[in-house]
Design a protein around this ligand. Structure first.
Ligand code: AHR
Length: 661
């Protein structure tokens, strides 16, 4: 990768702080007064999908895996080390999965017979362990039915790999019927791979279900809520929208396996667990223990959108399973329930408390509407089958909710026959916004900084809904989030912003990955059970989003936008609210370059600020141990009049901000 860049360097074009004379000059003319187009508040958003353990084991702070014994193998994640599960004469106890017909959403529970309470225990391994912090509090809850009141105590302990106890609590099961119990454990040490051990006092039988452990400290301190550190990273992005729940997870490998929002709302214990579609998707990264508890369901996604100040953007199944998998179709004359799901979702989000679904939202703790404005029909679908189904959805949604903005899809690639067909048909149908996806190499991203320059201004608006630069030949998780990928994305993003009249929403994908349990890389945020951090790509997104401005201005070299001349890219904006001029400049060459900024008017204060994201090694990347190798730095900058020279370091993304008079 690096050599590619180096061979491209044209030495005659370099000026290094005056050391090299006769350098190629880049003079950029900035028209500071004429607005070319408005930038939508939604311009930079978040794409969330439960891939890479992003929900269960990630954002959703539950620490017990398979808490309700609903995985396909009911004891997956659990062990009973000193029991012989295959013998009636188990030496000290035995756990048996029981499947009742009394609760169709949560039918399985665990029945434990304790013959000898001196040794028998069960252990939950967590999501590749449980991250606990010294002195932090952990809220434990479970359901139990104590047959004959035989069991006197349930002892719950956090343990490390050597079985050392790192905090414990005791529950006294007081009822023969199912009853909820709760307690708290305070951790006595910090441990990334703790487990939950459960022992018993007394002999006899007890039934257990919904064994759950959450940190007390969550985002907004919501009980059984979301991981505070991860939401903080999202919040800091100041995202314009939050797209959920994906991605291919919307479609399912089969229709049966599609995401059904109605099954993800209401009481958590009644949300039916389902296999995660990424479970066995990739041969080389299989995760048989990947399921969806839906503890993070549609209510929580709406709430999260509100928390981080983002417009909610739900995407729904359009009656087509993933075309890379089964490609199952719902016949058009059987599409009604799918369409109804979309209409009901709008009612759930926006309806009055007197409506069926608005009432559920209110009962879940949010009487006020979520003010939903966008809804997505299908994810990465293609072909006439999609267009046919889109038409049915669009007609039904628009007739009941004429102002709802519908996001449609153009398939998995940003070009080719499927894309061309989809775009052409969606244009004919006057679609509102079309979602485009591109996972391409860094060269593609640089070359496509002009992608939207010639888009039809009368056609649908664009949602660059999933994109990421995938460095060639690097297939190693975190290493794929190298500086080369992030830098090329920043070059590309200048093109998104310059075309803000067409491009209304953009989001990097996927959003998150657990370092021990990912299926797909690169990803914007990585985490383990204790820590999370932003990649270089995260900081590119954050800088664009936090400094987007409200109006696009012209920034040109020889009358043309800067889209790779001298390996430089630029966009200019002003923020009419904050009264700021914002220039974004990307230097993808391996040498520092001086550019002369020539403002059309002397209407800025001389004192400004430079924000610089750079690294001299294109293969560098942030890690859990070293999360700040590539982070933005800030320094003062002084304009000399309306014409000033700015040095752009090699391999850098620079933002210059000046207060406007
Ligand atoms: O972001 C990962 C996957 O890439 C998404 O689920 C899908 O839409 C795309 O193919």
């Amino acid at each position: 990768m690096k050599s590619n860049f180096i061979t491209k360097i044209t030495l005659c074009g370099l000026l290094l702080n005056g050391i090299y004379s006769h350098a190629q000059q880049t003079t950029l003319e900035v028209n500071t007064s004429k607005t070319i187009t408005k930038i939508q508040p939604t311009m930079y958003g978040i794409f969330f999908e439960d891939i890479n353990f992003a929900a269960d084991g990630g954002l959703y702070a539950e620490m017990v895996k398979n808490r309700s014994f609903e995985f396909a193998m009911p004891f997956m994640g659990w062990s009973q080390p000193n029991s012989n599960t295959h013998s009636l004469n188990a030496n000290s106890g035995i756990a048996t999965p029981v499947r009742t017909s009394q609760n169709s959403n949560n039918p399985d529970f665990c029945r434990i017979l304790i013959n000898d309470d001196k040794g028998y225990h069960i252990i939950n391994e967590g999501f590749r362990g449980m991250g606990i912090k010294k002195d932090a509090k952990y809220n434990l809850s479970l359901k139990a039915a104590n047959h004959n009141n035989a069991i006197k105590k349930i002892i719950l302990q956090l343990i490390d790999k050597d079985k050392k106890v790192l905090g414990e609590t005791v529950i006294t099961p007081s009822s023969t019927d199912w009853k909820d119990y709760s307690s708290q454990i305070i951790a006595t040490a910090t441990e990334a791979k703790a487990q939950l051990k459960i022992t018993f006092e007394g002999t006899g039988t007890i039934d257990l279900d919904m064994i759950s452990l959450f940190p007390e400290e969550t985002w907004n301190n919501r009980k059984n809520g979301l991981r505070k550190d991860i939401v903080q990273l999202l919040y800091d992005l100041k995202p314009g929208f939050l797209r959920f729940p994906g991605g291919c997870i919307v479609e399912g490998r089969t229709l049966e396996n599609r995401y059904q929002w109605k099954k993800t709302v209401g009481a958590v214990e009644n949300r039916e667990t389902m296999i995660n579609r990424w479970n066995l998707e990739f041969k080389n990264r299989q995760v048989p223990d990947y399921f969806q508890s839906f503890g993070l369901g549609f209510f929580e996604y709406f709430q999260l959108s509100e928390d981080v100040g983002a417009e909610p953007l739900p995407i729904l199944s359009c009656g087509m399973a993933c075309q890379y998998n089964s490609g199952e179709l719902v016949p058009i004359n059987e599409l009604d329930p799918y369409v109804q799901d979309a209409l009901d979702l709008i009612e759930f989000a926006n309806g009055a408390e007197t409506t069926e679904w608005g009432k559920l939202r209110a009962n879940m703790g949010h009487p006020k509407p979520f003010n939903l404005k966008y809804i997505g029909v299908g994810n990465e679908q293609w072909g006439p089958e999609y267009i046919e189904r889109y038409k049915v959805f669009a007609a039904a949604i628009k007739s009941k909710y004429p102002n709802m903005i519908i996001v449609s899809g153009s398939g998995p690639s940003p070009d080719g026959a499927f894309f061309d067909y989809g775009m052409q048909e969606l244009k004919k149908l006057n679609a509102d916004i079309v979602d485009e996806h591109y996972y391409k190499n860094p060269e593609w991203f640089k070359e496509n900084a002009t992608r939207y320059d010639n888009y039809d201004r009368k056609g649908p608006k664009i949602f660059a809904g999933e994109y990421a630069a995938h460095p060639k030949g690097v297939e190693d998780g975190l290493k794929e989030n190298n500086w080369l990928s992030a830098l090329s994305e920043s070059a590309f993003m200048t093109g998104l912003e310059r075309n803000a009249d067409v491009v209304h929403l953009t989001s990097y994908a996927p959003l998150m990955a657990h370092v021990d349990a990912f299926q797909w890389a690169p990803d914007m945020i990585w985490f383990d059970n204790l820590n999370s951090f932003g990649t270089a790509n995260y900081y590119v997104q954050k800088l664009f989003s936090n400094n987007k401005g409200t109006d696009v201005l012209a920034i040109t070299k020889d009358g043309k936008p800067l889209t790779g001349q001298n390996e430089l890219y630029a966009t200019a904006a002003k923020d009419v609210v904050k009264k700021e001029l914002i220039l974004k400049l990307v230097n993808t060459s391996g040498k520092a370059q001086d550019v002369t900024i020539n403002l059309s008017e002397n209407n800025v204060n001389a004192k400004g600020k430079l924000i610089i994201l750079t690294n001299q090694n294109l293969e560098e990347y942030n890690t859990i141990a070293e999360p700040t190798k590539i982070i933005p730095t800030e320094r003062d900058y002084k304009m000399s009049g309306k014409k000033s020279v700015l040095n752009l370091p090699a391999y850098s993304f620079t933002i210059l901000k000046l207060k406007m008079k």
